[in-house]
Write a protein that binds this ligand. Sequence first.
Ligand SMILES: *Cc1c(COP(=O)(O)O)cnc(C)c1O
Length: 338
Amino acid sequence: MMTVDLRSDTVTKPTPGMLEAMWSAKVGDDVFGEDESVNELEAKAAAMFGMEAAIFCPSGTMTNQIAIKCFTQPLDELIADQTAHVYRYEGGGIAFNSAVSTRLLNGYRGILTAEMIEPEINAVGNIHYPNTSLVVLENTVNKGGGSCYTLDQIEPIAALCKRRNLKLHLDGARIFNALAHTGDKAVDYGKYFDGISVCLSKGLGTPVGSVLLASKNTITYARRIRKVLGGGMRQAGFLAAAGSYALDHHVERLKIDHIHAQILADELAKCTWVTNVMPTETNIVLFDTEGPADAVVAKLLSKGIKAGCTDTKRIRFVTHLDIHPEQIEYTVQVLKNL
Ligand SMILES: *Cc1c(COP(=O)(O)O)cnc(C)c1O
């Protein structure tokens, strides 16, 4: 029986080309700043997004949490959508690491506008209020079903942040999926954000790692915070080489994942036991089931298809590097006969 793992785009294994790049990486002690492969990855990623500098970290949780620490002071407040990964899925780290409170907004599929944000910014100088200092956007929005911001939507938010003296951070775990969908250019992102977190271990298919991009000064402080969190890695170049390889070879192909997701979404829309399929823009398909979702997930698993419930009646499929056309065809056949 075929196995089709649609649980997450984090389940990918390195390709032969990526393993070769890792195997032959030039490495050194990165805590001393001497790992060539880490330095190369950081420079490459920063340049791609028009940012001054970058820092390689073990996870996207760490890059986001470091960014929040860099852009806030204790007793500040950040603004994010209620679906935000930084709030929901980082273990309460905002309060723990930064002693910052979170103001959650109700965007459409996780997408915020300047009009939604502006009334939520606290007045400066009133001791009753936490000091609003940071806005965090997510692109694509994981819990929004891979929904995307265009740069045209981001620009007014960035302008508001500038006007009200707030920092703007992007949780770009899947930013390359957003770029593949919108056609915006990575290099233009640097103009709008103070910090950008990019995951290398999602759609890009590396085993480990994320990069935080920001100004030189911010990254200098970020290196201190990474050390405090225990994220200073030594010969990390073996992992960074996988990241550089992915930036060179795995960005263009993301559109294949999006085509695969659309095929699944189209088939699901025809299934009588599916009550709703969320709009599918990138590599995530969210859909609602008539009966309990876990029963459907168990049925799929008996056919070799792995998926996750995100709610009692909601299932998530995520396409990625290790999902090939024949697995999509097989999944479509199973869905037809379920
Ligand atoms: C996966 C993900 C992250 C980072 O997760 P790690 O598992 O810590 O690398 C951050 N934000 C979003 C939206 C994600 O999907």
